[in-house]
Structure formats: C-alpha cells, structure tokens
Design a binder for this molecule. Structure first.
Ligand code: FMN
Length: 210
C-alpha cells in the first residue's frame, strides 16, 4: 500500500466563483499555476480520447492557447489521439497542480484549428521542432532509435537555408468546453468542487460533493 497521506490545506474555493464565467476562473487558475515557482510545466494537460476500440486513452499535451473559444494544443493528426478525435470528437482534459492542490476537469468537443493559425504557431517553434514534426510518424512502430535520428539528420540537411513546409498531418486542435470543474483540496478530504455546465449557451454552476 502507498501509505503517504498529505492533508490539503493550501486553499479554499471562493463561493463567489459560482457567479463567475468559468473561462475567467480558468484563465486565473492557469496564470496562478504558471506564476508558481514550484510548477515546471503548468500548461501540461492530460488529454483523454476514446478510440474506435471503445477504450479511453490519456496522455499529456501542452496547452498553447486559451480563449473564450476553447483550449488549443498542437499535435500530429495521424497519431492515436488524432485518429481517435476524428472518430469521436468528445474529449476530456485535466490539469493537476500538486503544489496548489488544484485540479481542473474539462469535457468538450475537439476540432482542428485553421491551417493559417497552425502555420502561425508552427513557424514560431524552433527549427529543430519543425523538423521533428515532419519526420516523426507519431504513434507508429519504428524499428529503432536510429530510424528517427537518421530521418532527422537527412531532413535537416535537405532544408538547410530553406523554409520548412508545415506537414499537412500536423497542427492545432481546439477543445470547446461544455463542462468545467474546479477542484480545490481541503482538510479531512472535504474538498471544494464547483462545476460549470453549458446549457442552452449559458453556464450553470453547481457545487459538487467531495
Ligand atoms: C510534458 C509533456 C508534454 C507533451 N506535449 C505534447 C504536445 O503538445 N503534443 C503532442 O502531440 N504530444 C505531446 N507529448 C507527448 C504525448 O504525451 C504522447 O506521447 C504523444 O502525443 C503520442 O500520443 P498518442 O500516441 O496517444 O497520440 C507530451 C508529453 C509530455 C510528457
């Protein structure tokens, strides 16, 4: 058994958030996590998708943009997650920030962003990351490490001094939330949970039992 037990006493969910727009709370919590010296990658999110085998699968991706339209990350559309989203656009995102004793769980629908917006981000990345996006058949079985290192080397040489074309199979995916839950750890496992549900285009807030 894992015996370590910590008590959650770092914060309280202000009941005033029940009357707020969940995007404002989301944006505030993300900036507080980013400002925390104890959190290295506050924008790391767990993304769960459902595959055509009916199983959910989760993995970490990096949140790159947040707006009232949704949360955007970038990936290879041919990857397992890319194919799963094509099959079923309903996804779940979650943040966990241990040092703040906070969790956010978001349910929503995912779709590709425009090619122009994807390109804007693609060309803001370091050149080597652009090459990695071209050469990695993400989620496919490869023979060995050398396979990927060689492809990288050859492609880097091929595009020396030239603009690297953004691959068609790569770009941004935006998740438009229909449910956002904020969780703040409290003492004695009596945590605070406030959940927002989008109903007829209006956010309805409720408090959930811990
Ligand atoms: C901290 C961290 C950040 C990551 N960021 C991304 C990302 O932004 N996009 C991405 O496609 N994969 C990212 N990955 C890799 C994914 O977790 C995963 O291995 C990859 O996308 C393949 O997933 P899939 O086979 O389920 O599609 C990240 C992994 C970690 C641990």
């Amino acid at each position: 058994m894992f015996k370590k037990r910590i008590d959650y006493t770092k914060g309280v969910l202000d009941p005033k958030i029940l009357d707020k727009n969940p995007f404002d709370v989301l944006s505030l919590w993300i900036s507080e996590a980013i400002d925390s010296a104890l959190i290295e990658e506050a924008n790391a999110i767990n993304l769960s998708t459902i595959g055509d085998d009916g199983y959910p699968r989760s993995r970490i991706v990096l949140l790159k943009d947040l707006s009232k339209k949704g949360l955007t990350f970038f990936t290879n559309f041919n990857s397992v997650k890319g194919r799963s989203i094509k099959y079923n656009d309903k996804v779940c995102l979650s943040f966990f920030w241990g040092p703040l004793q906070r969790q956010i769980i978001i349910k929503g629908k995912a779709k590709k962003i425009s090619n122009d917006l994807s390109e804007e981000y693609f060309y803001s990345r370091p050149r080597k990351s652009q090459i990695a996006a071209i050469i990695s058949p993400q989620s496919e079985i490869i023979p060995d490490r050398n396979f990927i290192d060689e492809r990288f080397r050859i492609t880097e040489k091929k595009y020396e001094g030239k603009r690297i074309p953004m691959p068609k199979h790569w770009g941004g995916i935006i998740v438009s939330p229909s449910e956002i839950e904020f969780w703040q750890g409290r003492a004695d496992r009596l945590h605070d949970r406030i959940c927002f549900n989008l109903i007829n285009n209006h956010w309805k807030s409720s408090r959930l039992a811990p």
